[in-house]
Design a protein around this ligand. Structure first.
Ligand code: UTP
Length: 297
């Protein structure tokens, strides 16, 4: 009954924090080392067993669709050159998942983007993965959330401890402990609390497993913070409804917020230094570079 097979990836935001790079390119297509951020996220969904991926796109959607489609001319050129490694890289994103697309039209908020998935998802629970959060593959957060959903049947959000001075950037949860050490019952949620007013240090990060009733709640959700239809506002209603209910899985692994310049830089440097093909040379350069920074503030 609680089997989840579909992943929804909202990628229709304006990405204003990356302008001008995002003037003609969705921020989800910005590269982390040599693959677009969104490819890490589609890979994560597939590794969690979700092979049906619906991407919610906005303006500049072509770059996203093309990335997961065949690139016949490029492939032919690589075949002619005998460049089998790059050919495999190009083909990897094509065969990854069954990709589907829906347009958001106006970017009226994350809640509005999720609502656009309604007819594709139907009456089943589904996962939502934000393209600007990269979760370290070593800590399979989504698998754990799907497991918790299968056991309890409630919607599940991912929570992560953040520094108090960062809480205003997130949705923040009021929680109660459960029998499982990494699972909490969410009793309240507030989107981007004013500094000093956050109810806890547990912030919602970009992974969700949602019951289909969330669509009815979203239909009735009015614009909230920033004039946008906020997913957090709908989740607060779910949390207060005993029949629906909301759980949180507390994530203690590594996560990169690639929707932010600092986060994208940190992801690029960290993942490049860990890559088998690049790491040794890059780490050597990085050490030498860091040594030159010593006397700068
Ligand atoms: P953000 O809150 O990071 O907004 O969206 P944004 O517009 O993409 O970026 P900034 O703040 O202007 O720099 C979180 C996620 O929700 C998606 C985004 O694509 C991102 O994956 N989103 C947001 C939508 O799909 N539609 C929206 O209307 C808003």
């Amino acid at each position: 009954m609680h089997r989840v097979t579909k992943a929804v990836l909202p990628a229709a935001g304006l990405g204003t924090r990356f302008l001008p790079a995002t003037k003609a390119l969705p921020k989800e297509m910005l590269p982390v080392v040599d693959r677009p951020a969104i490819q890490y996220v589609v890979t994560e969904a597939v590794e969690a067993g979700l092979h049906d991926v619906l991407m919610v796109t906005g303006r500049n959607k072509n770059a996203l669709e093309n990335h997961f489609d065949r690139a016949t001319e490029l492939e032919a050129t690589l075949i002619a050159k005998g460049d089998v490694d790059r050919l495999a890289e190009v083909r990897q994103s094509t065969g990854l998942a069954q990709m589907h697309y829906v347009r958001q039209g106006d970017p009226l908020g994350l809640g509005h983007a999720v609502l656009r998935a309604r007819s594709h998802v139907g009456g089943q629970s589904f996962a939502v993965l934000l393209g600007d959060d990269i979760i370290d593959a070593a800590t399979p957060l989504l698998q754990r959330m799907l497991e918790v959903h299968a056991i309890h049947g409630m919607s599940v959000v991912a929570l992560m401890e953040v520094e108090p001075d960062q809480a205003h950037r997130y949705g923040v949860a009021t929680v109660e402990a459960t029998d499982a050490e990494d699972v909490v019952r969410v009793r309240g949620l507030v989107e981007k609390p004013a500094p000093g007013t956050a109810p806890s240090n547990l912030a919602v990060i970009g992974r969700y497993v949602l019951r289909p009733e969330i669509f009815d709640v979203l239909e009735d959700t009015q614009p909230g913070v920033g004039g946008e239809i906020q997913l957090t506002d709908a989740l607060r209603v779910a949390a207060a409804d005993e029949a629906h209910g909301l759980l949180g899985v507390v994530f203690r692994g590594r996560r990169f917020d690639t929707g932010d310049r600092q986060g994208l830089l940190e992801a690029t440097v960290t993942l490049a230094s860990e890559r088998e093909d690049l790491g040794a040379e890059f780490r050597a350069w990085l050490r030498a570079f860091v040594a030159t920074l010593d006397d700068r503030p």
